[in-house]
Design a protein around this ligand. Sequence first.
Ligand SMILES: Nc1ncnc2c1ncn2[C@@H]1O[C@H](COP(=O)(O)OP(=O)(O)OP(=O)(O)O)[C@@H](O)[C@H]1O
Ligand SMILES: [Mg+2]
Length: 263
Amino acid sequence: MGNLEYERLHENLKTLGLLRTSESLDNYLEVASKKDMSTIQILDHFLNEEVDDKMQRSLNFRSRKAKFPFKKSIEEFDFSFQPSIDRKTINGLASMKFVHNAENVVFLGPPGVGKTHLAISLGMLAVKNGITAYFTTAADIVDDLKMYSSRGMLKERLRKVSGYNLLIVDEIGYLPLDKEGANLLFQLVSKRYERSSLILTSNKPFREWGQIFGDDVVASAILDRLLHHCTVVNIKGESYRIKDRKRIGLLQREPTDNQQKEE
Ligand SMILES: Nc1ncnc2c1ncn2[C@@H]1O[C@H](COP(=O)(O)OP(=O)(O)OP(=O)(O)O)[C@@H](O)[C@H]1O
Ligand SMILES: [Mg+2]
């Protein structure tokens, strides 16, 4: 190959953004000629590398955009610690069918039982499967929507947030919502209804959602849409955080008077 063609080849690879091929071209061509590889084998190798690279880059991009507060996987979840969870249900959700069918998931349960862990695990699996996801908390998304609403840009913001295939709204119920907040969450759920999936987590049973939203009518309108196509995972059990504290001995009983006297 002449110098001119060689230079042009590298230039063209760069212009097309095929940087991986540009970097490994010289080495690989040498190996290919020693191994007497066919042109098809050589092209196949370079294109495979480029496709792998592109997929990795878009996975990294989706992961960054998803804003998960920490990384957790289903494999890291100890199902034996939380027998109230049906593993088959979680495995079914892990197939991502619920996202393709624009269905919802709600994790309910007291603190520390793994609601956020499972929500993030499903979100991370979604991202791995080419699905766009976004993680937020009820308090954060309400603040965010309020800010856009005050600038007269609520419609645009709702459209943007609804653009994610999967939206995770964590911690519904830890902070009560005012009228505007409740209304904004209703609009969000309404906009996504039957179009795209939501995963919600809450420490409060549905019968108490009227108190969270400060309004029984808004709460039941939200629940009506949310639960129409929904898997509810009701977790009843001990906090995993307490398990950890027990393990390192922080939750041992206070010494009794007798024990103190003996010391
Ligand atoms: N069954 C489990 N197996 C492994 N780790 C767990 C399990 N349950 C919870 N954890 C871990 O315990 C910690 C608390 O769990 P998580 O944050 O998911 O609880 P939560 O139900 O969201 O609680 P909160 O309502 O207080 O937000 C996390 O680090 C999580 O990874
Ligand atoms: Mg949580």
